[in-house]
Design a protein around this ligand. Sequence first.
Ligand code: ADP
Ligand code: MG
Length: 732
Amino acid sequence: MNNGIKDLDLFFYPRSIAIVGASEALNSYGARYIQALLDFGYTGRIYAVNHNGNEVLGYKIYRTVLDIPDSVDLAAICVPNRFVPEILRSCVKKQIPAAIVLSAGFSESGEEGRRLEQEIVEIAAQGIRVMGPNCFGTYCPAGGITIVPGGHFPREGGGIALIAQSGQLSEGITGRSFGEGIRFSKVASYGNACNINEADLLEYLMQDKETRVFSAYLEGVKNGKRFFEIARQNDGKKPVVLWKVGLTRSGSAAATSHTGSMAGGSTTWDAFFRQTHAIKINTMEELIDTNVGFSCLPSGCGKRVALVSGGGAGTVIGADACENAGLLMPAFSAQTENQLRAVLPAVGTSVRNPLDIGNPHPPLAQLNAVLEAVASDENIDVIVIRRIFFSIKVSKFFSGTAAPSFEEQEQLLQIPISVKNKYQKPIVIILTEELTGVGDIDLELERRKIRDYFFSHGIPVYLTEHRAFTALANLSRFKERVGRPVALQIHTSSQSRQNTALSKALKDGRGVLLDEIQSKEILKEAGINVTETVIARSKEEAVKISQTIGFPVVMKIVSPQITHKSDVGGVKLGLKTARQVEGAYDDIISSVRRNVPDALIEGVAVQQMARSGVELVIGATKDPQFGYLIMFGLGGTLVEVLQDVAFRISPLTGEDAAEMIRQVKCYRLLKGFRGQPPVDIAALENMLLKVSSFVENNPVIKELDINPIIAYSDGAVAVDARIIVEREDIQH
Ligand code: ADP
Ligand code: MG
């Protein structure tokens, strides 16, 4: 149930909160929640509620929310699981529009918990929005509300929003982010997502004026399809940063089709990241580093990096890290190199990118001149500085007397800031922990102070090359996508939704696996070009059909038990005469009888022999969270061996279809290889769009394989097809 996203405001800006389960015992969760709100400086009204009554932290305890004399915006429920439904019902009665259920012991913990959670879902439908259960609630500095424990969180807000199912991680990520300088607009720990899920929060936060970046830690999704649709509608103006965990291959073993067996695991999420502007995150560090980057550089940054190093040793490591992250390290212009040559000593330096100043504590004027030269180079989007001793203590440790004075250090810190401001070019600094022993903690303290100083002037500071370039690559991905037209032209078929061949096949009720002849009839009706195929029940019939169709023909076994026909000698190609047809008929029957003795043989399909061309596959399979996935790739009998396929979440846009064809390795073959003419890519794109709208219109389809489709310079034709339907839709 979605009562409108505006309702979610109450979770972040409640004017009054009833804390249900707040007892006199100060270590009770409810009492701790009140204490956290007080410490944080919540200015709205607080009501404590507990069936025992009495008083806590100076607040009268009401026995039920119904006893509260005023209206309440938000109920925070922290009572044992079995009491939650009853309390939620009283909240509905009291017309409290929003509730956070902090209590655990629901769907995450067995049968009884699942039942209780289902009860919450039903109560929510009566008119209350519920966050949780099993969560920590929300933190919103502008609304004065915080999670538990979070009384000490900063009151200062910022542009980053974070959502996480896990309470512990929402607290953990937020806590660590503060140290790096990140400030939040809103944080939501939404637990089991029984009513408010990731899609609701994404939709809300994309429209939230305080939020500039949406970031999330996702274990699973409750409504993948909606989450995908909202992410896809994002025009790219706000970064969507997603750390999705649990991308292992599972659940694909039971699939019957090629498409089904190759989907699963990370396939859907790979497609998700290709089809949306969302940025894929792999670790907590990357999430924080990326948010640090966006905090300083809200519109991201370009890909072309200049690496400025105070020594040659690490420049190769830096260049590798840069390239591995997908960034570029272009050559400087001749003018830049000349300027650099004029200020750097000839020996022990390099004026090429990656640039080596040759000295980790360069003279101030020299560093300034170097950075100015690089910043004015038009080939460069961002400057990354490494191994310059911004810390006096580090400098002293490594060079004794050459250490700069405090005044010099002050001036040194100003140089990157002033160059960045003067040239309006992003600068990023890598500041490593030089020494990591317990006794060296004062060096680390200074490193952090310098980090904070740079951060406060819009310069992100990272611990290592790898972390810096990984974050920068994410920022550049965002920049690249902003302004790119949003792909919203979802292809919808003009033909009627009802596919009569499909209805007929379902009525026949022979099973979930439709045979080649049925499948091709259905696809033909969906507008897909197929070879004409007719079933023969006898040798004589086979000859007659082949004469009508015209030689050469292809013959194939038709049996509900056989899915891979050529594996059992069930396919004969290139039959040119009636005698060959007769011979093939006998061969097919005897070979199938020998290989699969129990198979029920319905007949032999006779069909047009298609010209040779490039054999491709198009398929569809259902993902439990995201709906249909469409597959395209190199087809034929080796499809699973070569696995040269691309997936996209349906419904496809024209752009999706075009991109998936260009993604596979065999695209080179399609473009025309070794003198072959290029194949008709437009026809393939069209087929993909037709398959996508066909499955969208016919949710009874479980899996679909068209393998192969033979592609030519003029069009393409499906010569084999298999459709699997959902079991419950079979009519007997
Ligand atoms: P299966 O996938 O069940 O083994 P197919 O019907 O895909 O059987 O046939 C196997 C191979 O035979 C195809 O990959 C294709 O190379 C070829 N083939 C099948 N049908 C035709 C046809 N009508 N015209 C040309 N080649 C065909
Ligand atoms: Mg096949």
